[in-house]
Write a protein that binds this ligand. Structure first.
Ligand SMILES: Cc1cc2nc3c(=O)[nH]c(=O)nc-3n(C[C@H](O)[C@H](O)[C@H](O)COP(=O)(O)O)c2cc1C
Length: 198
């Protein structure tokens, strides 16, 4: 990783590394661009990290246990029907839980929720009680946790899953939404770090 902080967490993190820059570039060509057909993982991460996103907590409830995880791959997909997606790493504990439950929540975090985002991105944090100190309420349709420090929340019911390398693309029909008019600014993820909109 060169100059721009940690990688976008959605990027592959546990897979075998491909060939490195020195394998595909002659010396002295630098690391800011690459087009030899094999792209180095670190360069890919730095490139993808130029795309600014919001930060969300996805939640689900399986066998009476609340699961939650920080993501930045939330995307709206379709208006008719109303569909959204999130990409979930296969090795994340959230993965099997959300596939099993079939319902999930998306809390689009506000700027006060940075510590929450960091907590829910901490690998191996205790599963039980991980939302005990995170203010939340229950979604009216699915009962999943929806976080209070959010600019918007959605509840979803899974309609399709698609393999996406070391992630699964989980597509869901939106069954409830909330976007309070008095919400503050969102939390932003860019170049491997958290930001606020000025
Ligand atoms: C800003 C940010 C965005 C992230 N986006 C995703 C994502 O879209 N999909 C994903 O699977 N992991 C994403 N992660 C990583 C997960 O939050 C992290 O791997 C997960 O909490 C690990 O939980 P586990 O130990 O229960 O498996 C992101 C992390 C951060 C900090």
């Amino acid at each position: 990783m060169a100059t721009e902080g940690p990688a976008p967490p959605c990027a592959p993190s546990r897979r075998r590394r491909g060939r490195t820059l020195s394998d595909v570039q002659p010396p002295g060509t630098g690391s800011s661009s690459q087009s030899a057909g094999v792209v180095d993982e670190a360069v890919f991460r730095r490139t993808a990290g130029r795309f600014a996103t919001g930060v969300c907590a996805v939640t689900t409830r399986d066998a009476g246990i609340d699961h939650a995880m920080t993501v930045n791959t939330f995307t709206s997909v379709s208006l008719e029907p109303l569909l959204v997606l999130v990409c979930v790493e296969v090795e994340a504990r959230f993965h099997d839980a959300v596939l099993e439950a079939g319902v999930w929540g998306v809390s689009v975090l506000d700027v006060t929720a940075r510590a929450v985002a960091e907590w829910l991105a901490t690998r191996g944090r205790p599963l039980h009680g991980q939302l005990d100190r995170v203010p939340h309420r229950r979604g009216p349709v699915t009962g999943v946790a929806l976080l209070d420090q959010s600019v918007a929340t959605l509840e979803c019911r899974t309609t399709a899953t698609h393999p996406g390398g070391d992630h699964t693309i989980v597509v869901g029909e939106v069954v409830s939404v909330a976007a309070p008019p008095d919400a503050g600014p969102p939390l932003v993820w860019h170049r491997g770090g958290y930001h606020r909109i000025q």
